[in-house]
Write a protein that binds this ligand. Structure first.
Ligand SMILES: NC(=O)c1ccc[n+]([C@@H]2O[C@H](COP(=O)([O-])OP(=O)(O)OC[C@H]3O[C@@H](n4cnc5c(N)ncnc54)[C@H](OP(=O)(O)O)[C@@H]3O)[C@@H](O)[C@H]2O)c1
Length: 328
C-alpha cells in the first residue's frame, strides 16, 4: 500500500516521501481502517527529524489520526462492522492507505461530518479533553487562558472549554488570526507578549486565569504562570516556543500554583481507550449538532504531503491541515 515512509535516522532530507509500505494486519482487538483522510500534527515534524519516535510496538509510519471505513475486523472485536465510518486516535500509521487500529480508539463519524472533517478531530479532541477535563479539572464559570489558540488543538480546545462552561481568553502572536476564535466562543483575545499577565487580569475582572492550557511553553511559560489567579493550574501541553524557561518559583509558592506536564501519545492503549470513550460520551452529540466542530485550514491530496508538511512548519494558518487519501 501507499503511504508516508518512516523517517530514516540521520537522513539529510527530512521532507516526507511517499512509497510502498507493508500491509498492516488487524491483530486481536483491532480493526483495519481504509483511510480516506488523515491530518497533520506538530509531532509529525519532530518525527520526520527523528526526534519523536512512536511508542514501542506502534507503527513507525507517521500519522496520529485518520478517518475512513472499516475494511476488516480482527479477532474479538465487537460493536463494529465492515463498512462502518470511523475516525481513529492513533499512536502512528495514519498517513497511509490503511492502518490497524485498536477498536477502542475508534469513534463513529457523525453523519453530518465528511471524512476530511472527521480526520481533523481525534488528536485535537482527545488532547483538549484530557488536558481541560482530567489534568485541568475545569469547572463551569472558571476563567481559562489558552495559548497557541490558533493551532489545530487550540481551535478545538477553545470550543470545548466554552462548552464546559469556561470563560475563555485566547492568546497568540497574530492578533488578526485570533479574531476568528471569538466566533468559536472565546470572550477575549490577547497578544502573546510580555504584557500578557496584566492584560489577562484586565480581561478576567482583575483576578487572573483559574486554568491555563499552555500549548507553546518555552519563553512564554513564566508569563502564563504570572497570568494565573491564586490557586490556579497550568497544564503545559506544547513546547513550540522552546523547551527551557526561567521561572520565579516564589510565584508558584506564594500563589499556590500547580504546573502539570501532559502528553497523550505515550499513554497506554488502555488509557487512550478510556479517554476516547469519555470524550465520545460528551463530544459526539455536540459534534453531530455542530456545537463542536473541526477547524480546517487547508486540505491536500496525499501526493501533496511534502507541501503540507512545509506549510505546517511555516505556520500562519488557523486550525488543522488535512490530507485526502484517494481510493483506487
Ligand atoms: N502533549 C500532547 O499530548 C500534545 C498533543 C497534541 C499537540 N500538542 C502540542 O500542542 C501544540 C499545538 O499542536 P498542533 O499540532 O495543533 O499545532 P499547529 O496547528 O501546528 O499550531 C502551532 C501553534 O503554535 C504557535 N507557535 C508556533 N511557534 C511559536 C512560537 N515560537 N511562539 C509562540 N507560539 C508559537 C502557532 O501560533 P501562531 O498562530 O502565532 O503562529 C500555532 O498556534 C503544539 O505545541 C504541539 O506540540 C501536544
Amino acid at each position: 500500500m501507499r503511504g508516508v515512509l518512516p523517517a530514516r535516522p540521520g537522513a539529510p532530507d527530512r521532507s516526507p516521501r511517499l512509497g510502498d509500505l507493508p500491509e498492516p494486519v488487524a491483530g486481536r482487538g483491532e480493526v483495519l481502517l481504509e483511510v480516506h483522510a488523515t491530518a497533520l500534527n506538530r509531532a509529525d515534524l519532530l518525527q520526520a527529524r527523528g526526534r519523536y519516535d512512536p511508542p514501542p510496538g506502534e507503527s513507525p509510519v507517521p500519522g496520529l489520526e485518520a478517518a475512513g471505513v472499516i475494511g476488516a475486523l480482527g479477532e474479538g472485536v465487537e460493536g463494529w462492522r465492515r463498512g462502518d465510518r470511523a475516525m481513529a486516535l492513533l499512536a502512528g500509521g495514519g498517513q497511509a492507505e490503511r492502518v490497524a487500529v485498536p477498536a477502542a480508539q475508534l469513534l463513529p463519524i457523525p453523519e453530518t461530518l465528511s471524512f476530511e472533517q472527521a480526520a481533523a478531530l481525534p488528536e485535537a479532541a482527545v488532547t483538549s479533553w484530557v488536558n481541560l477535563v482530567e489534568e485541568g479539572a475545569l469547572v463551569a464559570g472558571e476563567e481559562v487562558l489558552i495559548t497557541g489558540a490558533t493551532s489545530g488543538v487550540g481551535t478545538f480546545a477553545v470550543q470545548l472549554a466554552r462548552e464546559l462552561g469556561g470563560r475563555v481568553v485566547v492568546a497568540g502572536r497574530d492578533e488578526e488570526r485570533l479574531r476568528p476564535l471569538l466566533e468559536l466562543g472565546a470572550r477575549a483575545a490577547v497578544r502573546l507578549d510580555d504584557m500578557l499577565p496584566g492584560v489577562v487580569r484586565g480581561a478576567t475582572g482583575g483576578q487572573g486565569a483559574d486554568l491555563a492550557l499552555d500549548l507553546v511553553g518555552g519563553r512564554w511559560l513564566p508569563a502564563v504562570l504570572e497570568s494565573l489567579a491564586p490557586g490556579g493550574r497550568c497544564v503545559l501541553v506544547g513546547l513550540v516556543a522552546g523547551r527551557r524557561a526561567e521561572l520565579d518559583l516564589g510565584l508558584l509558592l506564594s500563589r499556590r500554583l500547580r504546573l502539570v506536564g501532559s502528553v497523550l501519545r505515550s499513554r497506554s492503549r488502555e488509557e487512550k481507550a478510556r479517554l476516547v470513550a469519555a470524550f465520545a460520551a460528551y463530544g459526539l452529540p455536540r459534534l453531530a449538532d455542530g456545537r463542536l466542530r473541526p477547524v480546517i485550514a487547508a486540505t491536500y491530496p496525499l501526493e501533496g504531503i511534502a507541501e503540507a508538511y512545509a506549510d505546517l512548519e511555516r505556520g500562519g494558518r488557523n486550525g488543522k491541515l488535512v490530507i485526502r487519501v484517494a481510493r483506487g
